[in-house]
Write a protein that binds this ligand. Structure first.
Ligand SMILES: [Zn+2]
Length: 218
């Protein structure tokens, strides 16, 4: 399956999540024949820029298999240059039509950034870099009167969507040309459900049959 339409790609991804949520996964593209079929080349239909949380395994929660998803994960889905380069590779070289930012409730990176903002002290070592990258989302949430972790998570997901587009001219060009979309999904650990919280262009989730979504605003 080679998908080139952002709307179809999002619909496919959300359909897999619905199978996972309802306990009826099909585990597609995980057999030996498919493994052999994709060995010569990959055409993933979605890039997942997700949190590294061990409960957020992309192929499981979207019920997909080998060759389907191009996955880049960091704690708190922070976006540095290696992440941007990986996204640009998938979008411009592999022709992947959809980039998804995948965050989740009770995110430890968001909790750490919220705690650091309160205490005024940053964690030691490279943990500080993760906290620093999430802190602007905590500040934006505060400016909107949002202080609960899951509320901050959704704002951080939307801000990550913006950050990808602001910092990657390659991605922005693909999106402007209609060849790619960037969508933020907020995942619930207990329910297993991924809900759309941000999208560029804004009408992609509607066309894909997703829940209503507010457009990303600066
Ligand atoms: Zn997390």
């Amino acid at each position: 399956m080679t998908l080139t339409d952002p709307t179809q790609a999002l619909a496919e991804l959300l359909a897999g999540n619905r199978r996972f949520v309802t306990g009826a996964p099909r585990h597609p593209n995980q057999d030996a024949a498919h493994r052999a079929a994709v060995a010569d080349g990959q055409h993933p239909f979605a890039v997942i820029v997700g949190c590294s949380d061990s409960r957020l395994a992309a192929e499981i929660i979207f019920d997909r298999g080998l060759g389907d998803l191009f996955v880049v994960r960091t704690a708190g889905h922070t976006v540095g240059s290696e992440v941007l380069g990986s996204v640009e590779y998938a979008v411009s070289v592999l022709g992947t039509p959809l980039v998804v930012v995948l965050g989740h409730d009770s995110c430890g990176a968001v909790q750490a950034a919220r705690q650091a903002a309160r205490s005024g002290s940053t964690p030691p070592g490279h943990l500080g870099a993760v906290v620093d990258a999430v802190t602007p989302s905590v500040r934006r949430a505060a400016s909107q009167g949002v202080d609960d972790v899951d509320g901050i998570v959704d704002i951080h997901i939307a801000r990550t969507v913006e950050a990808l587009l602001d910092n990657s001219a390659v991605l922005a060009t693909e999106v402007a040309a209609g060849r790619c979309a960037v969508v933020g999904l907020s995942y619930r650990l207990a329910a297993g459900e991924a809900r759309t919280v941000a999208a560029v262009p804004a009408d992609v989730p509607d066309r894909a049959g997703s829940d209503q979504v507010a457009a990303v605003t600066g």
